[in-house]
Design a protein around this ligand. Structure first.
Ligand code: GDP
Length: 443
């Protein structure tokens, strides 16, 4: 899914690799590439343009964290904007009927888009995950084969199908079906309708009338994602007439380029609710914009890495620390602070494993999650005065600290030595990111 787009985006970010900071020039260059990648993935031109404009603004306005590389930051911004483009949060499906009546879900879409298949998938899902008792209704009165197809689907998922092969009045069929549902205690009615190969007035009229007559809780528009921009145009035409509630994108298992998924939401301002990822009845997924953005970028791990760093890294604190280091005033409180900051970022091995390429290399390496435990115990056994003035920690104080922390004198001596080295090294390279140094020192 979206492989080409993923590759192209990844290449765009390479422009920023090795760049020390985000500038007008390198951002413009990167985004030119990103826009081309989106257009090649059949994303609507206007959508692609406004997307890159937003990303540019965000990238230039962002306070660049010293803990994060420009290329990583860009991945994160693009990721968040992709998710936003597709709707931000996952949309809900209204499956609770009104006062004693079943919930009604009306399917719309062109012939071959996957309406019948999706009706079956949805029925199965509601039955299994939501413990509902759905009824499928065949309202495609033009093709006898359509009724048969829905019956096969119903049988496969163990859901009853209501049909009236000799009746051509879809409103009547739907109303009868709703009565049937009430009498048989079916709490969700899924109405499969007729599609045409292209949008035509008669079909639109019919489904519009049907919608008015049954007043559905959800009107869903089903569309084949392989059709790219056509999918978006069809969505717009259906939405103008039906004002539907959500989109179902089918055939995402094919080599679809992604244009439909990325443009539909902006063009019709309706969320994508589910995706179809195969012909089998299990191949249905709730659409999560965030997860889709992860998949498109194939770099979800970098995104979490940047998020955690953004949460934990305090630019102000970093500056204060840098001053202290320059004056050789770095003490054990600062040392401890740095350790806490690193620890808050999570299990270090997990964190490192998030960096693409690193994961595999460190898989077998033994990084102890409790690497800091001994160090923390020793520092905790120092008095506040000792922590602020490491130079006063003489041999007798060291013996007391060892006893207090349950460690050996050797351990305390080693830490003191490491601390001194760290201090010297920090003074030498004050320009370097301080948390990175604490990391080095603790290693
Ligand atoms: P309808 O005319 O809108 O009812 O469309 P159908 O449900 O008959 O689907 C048309 C074709 O697309 C059938 O061959 C389905 O098996 C296939 N199809 C539907 N959904 C998916 C999907 O998510 N992935 C794939 N690969 N095929 C699908």
């Amino acid at each position: 899914m979206f492989e080409n787009l993923s590759d192209r985006l990844e290449r765009s970010f390479k422009i920023l690799k090795g760049e020390g900071k985000i500038t007008e020039i390198n951002v413009a260059e990167t985004l030119k590439d990103v826009r081309r990648a989106l257009l090649d993935a059949d994303v609507n031109y206007k959508v692609a343009k406004s997307f890159t404009d937003t990303v540019k603004q965000k990238a230039l306005g962002m306070n660049v964290l010293t803990a994060v590389k420009p290329s990583q930051l860009m991945v994160k911004i693009v990721h968040d904007e992709l998710a936003e483009l597709m709707g931000g949060k996952a949309a809900e499906l209204k499956i609770e009927g009104r006062a004693g009546a079943p919930a009604i879900i009306l399917m719309s879409g062109l012939q071959g888009s996957g309406k019948t298949t999706f009706s079956g998938k949805l029925a199965k899902m509601l039955k299994e995950r939501n413990h509902k008792k759905p009824l499928l209704v065949a309202c495609d009165v033009y093709r006898p084969a359509a009724i048969e197809q829905l019956k096969v689907v119903g049988e496969t998922v163990g859901v009853p199908v209501y049909s009236e092969p000799d009746n051509k009045n879809v409103v009547e069929i739907a109303n009868h079906a709703i009565q049937e549902a009430k009498s048989k205690a079916n709490d969700v009615v899924i109405i499969d309708t007729a599609g045409r190969l292209a949008v035509d007035e008669e079909m639109m009229q019919e489904i519009e009338t049907l919608k008015k007559a049954v007043n559905p809780n959800e009107t869903l528009f089903v569309v084949d994602s392989m059709t790219g921009q056509d999918a978006v145009n069809t969505a717009k035409e259906f939405n103008d007439r039906l004002d539907f509630d959500g989109v179902i994108l089918t055939k995402l298992d094919g080599d679809t380029r992604g244009g439909a998924a990325l443009s539909i939401r902006t063009v019709v301002t309706k969320p994508i609710k589910f995706v179809g990822t195969g012909e089998k009845m299990e191949a249905i997924d709730v659409f999560y914009p965030e997860r889709m953005a992860d998949r498109i970028l194939g770099m979800g791990d970098i995104v979490s890495l940047v998020e955690r760093a953004q949460q934990q890294f305090d630019e102000e604190e970093a500056k204060k620390l840098e001053k202290k280091i320059r004056k050789n005033k770095f003490d054990f409180d600062d040392f401890m602070g740095q350790i806490q900051q690193i620890k808050k970022m999570g299990n270090i091995k997990d964190l490192a494993a998030m960096i693409p390429g690193v994961g595999k290399q460190i898989k077998d390496l033994d990084i102890d999650d409790n690497a800091f435990k001994g160090i923390e115990a020793i520092i905790n056994s120092m008095t506040p005065k000792e922590r602020a003035n490491p130079d006063i920690i003489n041999p007798s104080r060291r013996r007391r600290i060892a006893a207090g922390s349950g460690t050996k004198l050797d351990d305390v001596n080693r830490l003191m030595k490491q601390f001194e080295q760290t201090r010297k090294m920090m003074k030498m390279v004050t320009g370097l990111n301080s948390s990175k140094m604490a990391q080095m020192a603790a290693a």
